[in-house]
Design a protein around this ligand. Structure first.
Ligand code: 0TT
Ligand code: SF4
Length: 341
């Protein structure tokens, strides 16, 4: 997997009022990438493509350089108190990805250049909560690591949080392009997590992302750079032979991390879920997917915004949770499982 390079870049004129906006413009000009001006991201209309599917695919390699206007941060339970908005969208093609519905008709990638304003807002939230710590999740609406080699806005955020007394940062990724983050002054306040899964899930549902081995090599680098390390196992999915599949995952994880300092290692466990609208979108965009989304086999769980999701029935969910907790306990007895959801 090569580092992401956009095919097409849109720049909002206001973005050029910020140093990062100007820097990115220059950078993409030098890279000979087509740049278009747009008054606001809502005007990003003419994404090339003869049909919806092509437009969708092209959107995923389009980058919009803009400013974040809403500075109210979303909450981000269970992983953090707040979602810190640095970017939205992702170049990956994971079939189950919730961004397909949460980003609606705007699946292109947007990066925000008004970092100072975003950091000021984060400071306000930390002030309100102190002396309690405030955790910020940077990977709610994108795979931020996967685009950061272009923007370095995550790197700046890591260093910003590193200087705070009451802040913590976390994000999760399926990409291995971490080299520029290794010398960031994180001060131990950023938890760097990698998304991992069984061979079956990665092979069938995660096109356009880094391989398991590449993710693990990146995890070793990050741990050696002193970052607190974590893994998110998501989505946990009941494929044929899932017990063996997930057992093998932990075997491979533990042999790959042999000799690495795993003090403070964490795991987060998220079972597969889908909403009715998501199912429709997924069937259109990935018509050959093997992803099972049969409402009859699931339990309906009421959710935020009145739109419920389908999760595994209670007994199956318990089986998943216990089985995986058991594997973690036997391969990583010191690790903390932060939640199963
Ligand atoms: O598969 C998606 C599910 O995973 C969502 O229910 C959120 C959850 N999730 C994702 C999680 O439990 N832990 C994480 O670290 C996430 C990667 C980040 C996250 C996203 C979160 O912790 N809490 C959230 O509320 N989200 C938001 O969920 C972002 C997006 O707007 C929304 C999608 O349901
Ligand atoms: Fe979605 Fe993450 Fe896959 Fe990107 S890498 S498509 S954000 S699940």
């Amino acid at each position: 997997m090569k580092p992401f390079i956009p095919q097409l870049v849109y720049i909002e004129p206001q973005a050029l009022e910020y140093p990062l906006g100007r820097e990115l413009k220059e950078k993409f000009e030098k890279m000979n990438i087509e740049i278009r001006e747009t008054t606001s991201h809502n005007q990003v209309r003419n994404i090339p493509g003869d049909n919806e599917l092509q437009k969708y695919r092209n959107s995923k390699s389009t980058l919009v350089v803009g400013i974040r206007r809403t500075l109210k941060f979303d909450t981000s339970k269970p992983s953090a108190e707040y979602a810190i908005p640095l970017a939205t969208g992702c170049m990956g093609h994971c079939h189950y990805c919730y961004l397909q519905t949460t980003l609606g008709s705007k699946p292109y990638i947007r990066t925000y250049v008004n970092l100072e304003e975003i950091f000021d807002q984060a400071t306000k939230y930390m002030e309100e909560r102190k002396p309690e710590l405030t955790r910020f999740e940077a990977a709610c609406t994108s795979d931020i690591v996967g685009i950061d080699h272009l923007t370095h806005s995550l790197k700046k955020t890591i260093e910003f949080i590193g200087q705070t007394e009451y802040g913590q940062l976390r994000f999760v990724t399926k990409y291995h392009h971490v080299d520029h983050l290794l010398d960031a002054k994180h001060n131990g306040k950023t938890r760097f997590r990698f998304s991992v899964n069984s061979r079956y899930v990665i092979k069938n549902f995660e096109p356009g992302t880094s391989s398991f081995d590449d993710r693990l090599e990146a995890a070793r680098k990050v741990a050696n750079a002193g970052y607190p390390l974590g893994f998110i196992v998501a989505p946990i999915y009941m494929h044929d032979d899932w017990r063996e599949g997930y057992h093998e995952l932990f075997q491979r994880l533990s042999s790959s991390l042999d000799g690495i300092n795993l003090n403070g290692l964490t795991f987060e466990l998220i079972q597969h879920r889908f909403t009715k609208p998501a199912k429709k979108v997924i069937e259109k965009r990935y018509p050959k997917t093997k992803l099972e989304m049969d409402e009859e086999k699931r339990k309906y769980k009421w959710g935020r915004y009145g739109i419920g999701k389908y999760v595994y029935p209670t007994d199956e969910a318990k089986d998943l949770e216990h089985t995986i907790r058991e594997y973690i306990h036997s391969y990583f007895p010191e690790a903390e499982v932060q939640y199963f959801t």
